[in-house]
Design a protein around this ligand. Structure first.
Ligand SMILES: Cc1cc2nc3c(=O)[nH]c(=O)nc-3n(C[C@H](O)[C@H](O)[C@H](O)COP(=O)(O)OP(=O)(O)OC[C@H]3O[C@@H](n4cnc5c(N)ncnc54)[C@H](O)[C@@H]3O)c2cc1C
Length: 486
């Protein structure tokens, strides 16, 4: 166990590192240092500003290259908002605020209305929507009964048929209510939870709710979290728990006027020790009782610092290469898989940008790897001249990866085909995304082995891998780890 005089090193100033620092301060630990290799905080929450024309006048507005949205279930993010004094907009958006409306677009450029029974009415469509509604209800019930306990952040015990952690639910899941849901620790056993190790498509098949994938796919696969034949159901259901999924369907989402990055900029400003920028951790040695960290500053010079405890919020499969990793750490961390998610902000030929965000569901299958799956129009009051972010996945288990350059070109072609010819690309990137393990490794207890390592060699693991690769799961994992070990 740590004590509040300990000198603590945090690697990374993304949502995980900054939330760890915030929760440490809340517990009276103030002797910490956060190292961040880039010249900015927020990690994958990156909201660059761009000049745009609104009613003929030039303005600067924020756009998103990374995280965009949240929902009522974003409890830890709310605590970050409160700490930093910077709050979301929505779920009811006013004129001039970024908006979360969206359409479904077919690859021939026409608009689809898959969930509106009266548009393009047919008996077949009505029947299929009724079936979907029935299965949604069934899944909702199953998650509260057969899979009771599924909604804890993190994966401790799940492979053994147990649950432990902070319950994320509202509206009665796991006994939590809107007022008491955070932090509401729950613990128990439920052998059915072992099913959550199965790929989501298999999980749906055994529970006879295959149709629900039509709802879950848009906010999941298009946002880079992988395909349902490969991703353990636990990851899908812990992120898109039934409450959050319904908020997506009803478009009752949150977003941030100046971008998600500002949540973390504001938190960083309020911390007693803001992140040390442009300082990369390049080596970690952990002799008995201490942690020696070598950092490389922007002048390229390296220096060693001594700490009592280390919190790693950065990719563990990379950590093992610059730290004195034990055989157990090396073996465990080499099993981590991540998604290769690519995106860019595009400006379009005059008057030809999408005027609302759109899902391209036909591209959300492994056979269409590398194709544009979603585009995000943030400022609908800019009309047909608003830049938009376009996204695609470049990898799938069992399929050859698609090269970055090919993905970029394919996205351009897709956007042109559906009627949005791109003039210029800005901030194009491929990100290390949604780290997780295979269904087999999940079932073999990978997460319990990670939990058993917490604290050994004075090292604690936080970040996306602990629960899921979204802002909320990441920050809630920090709350859990700081809460239990510090
Ligand atoms: C395109 C996209 C869309 C997304 N949409 C959403 C969304 O709508 N809603 C949502 O909730 N989430 C979304 N996310 C996910 C969310 O951004 C991530 O889950 C979250 O940023 C993870 O936080 P983290 O701190 O664990 O990791 P990161 O954000 O990756 O931060 C890690 C930090 O560590 C730094 N670092 C790495 N190595 C070192 C080192 N050796 N030394 C020092 N510093 C180092 C990195 O530079 C980085 O700043 C999206 C992400 C992307 C890319």
């Amino acid at each position: 166990m740590a004590n509040n005089k300990d000198r603590i090193c945090i690697i990374g100033a993304g949502p995980a590192g900054l939330s760890c620092a915030m929760y440490l301060e809340k517990k009276g630990y103030t002797n910490y240092t956060i190292y961040e290799k880039l010249n900015k905080v927020g990690g994958k929450c990156w909201s660059p500003k761009m000049k745009v024309k609104h009613n003929g006048v030039e303005e600067e507005r924020s756009f998103e290259t990374g995280a965009i949205m949240g929902a009522i279930t974003y409890h830890a993010v709310s605590e970050m908002e409160e700490f930093g004094g910077y709050y979301h907009k929505g779920p009811d958006f006013k004129e001039g605020e970024p908006n979360m409306r969206r359409e479904f677009r077919k690859l021939d450029g026409t608009i689809d209305h898959p969930f509106e029974p009266k548009v393009n009415f047919s008996l077949k469509k009505t029947f299929s929507l009724l079936k979907l509604k029935k299965q949604m209800k069934r899944l909702n019930k199953l998650m509260q009964t057969k899979y009771f306990g599924y909604d804890c952040y993190g994966h401790i015990g799940v492979a053994k048929g147990e649950y432990f952690g902070i319950s994320k639910g509202v509206n009665g899941y796991c006994g939590a209510t809107e007022e008491s849901s955070f932090p509401n620790y729950v613990k128990g056993s439920n052998p059915n939870l072992k099913d959550l190790a199965l790929p989501f498509s298999e999980f749906c098949r055994i529970n006879k709710v295959e149709e629900v994938q039509r709802i879950w796919i848009a906010p999941f696969t298009s946002f880079g979290y992988g395909f349902f034949d490969e991703i353990p159901a636990a990851l899908v259901m812990k992120y898109l728990d039934v409450t959050t999924a319904l908020e997506f369907v009803k478009l009752r989402l949150w977003t941030w006027q100046d971008g998600t990055q500002q949540i973390y900029v504001h938190v960083n400003e309020k911390l007693q020790h803001p992140a040390v920028l442009e300082t990369e951790v390049v080596k970690v040695e952990r002799p008995e009782g201490k942690v020696i960290v070598t950092v490389k500053g922007k002048d390229g010079k390296e220096k060693k610092e001594e700490f009592d405890k280390l919190i790693v919020t950065t990719p563990l499969d990379l950590f093992k290469d610059y730290a004195d990793a034990t055989d157990e750490e090396k073996e465990l961390f080499s099993k981590i898989i991540h998604e290769r998610y690519c995106d860019y902000i595009a400006t379009f030929e005059e008057g030809k940008s999408p005027i609302i965000s759109g899902y391209m569901v036909e591209n959300m299958v492994p056979e269409r790897l590398g194709h544009a799956m979603v585009y995000y129009n943030r400022w609908q009051n800019l009309g047909g001249d608003c830049p938009a972010t376009v996204y695609a996945l470049a990898n799938h288990t069992g399929t050859p990866d698609v090269d970055y350059d090919v993905v970029m070109k394919t996205m351009d072609e897709d956007m042109k085909k559906v009627g949005f010819p791109i003039k210029e690309k800005h901030f194009a990137q491929e990100v290390y995304y949604c780290p997780h393990v295979s269904s087999k490794d999940y079932a073999d207890g990978w997460y319990d082995r990670l939990e058993a390592l917490q604290g050994t060699k004075n090292t604690f693991y936080a970040g996306e891998i602990i629960s899921f690769g979204d802002m909320e799961d990441t920050c809630a994992a920090s709350k859990d780890i700081i809460g239990r070990f510090f």
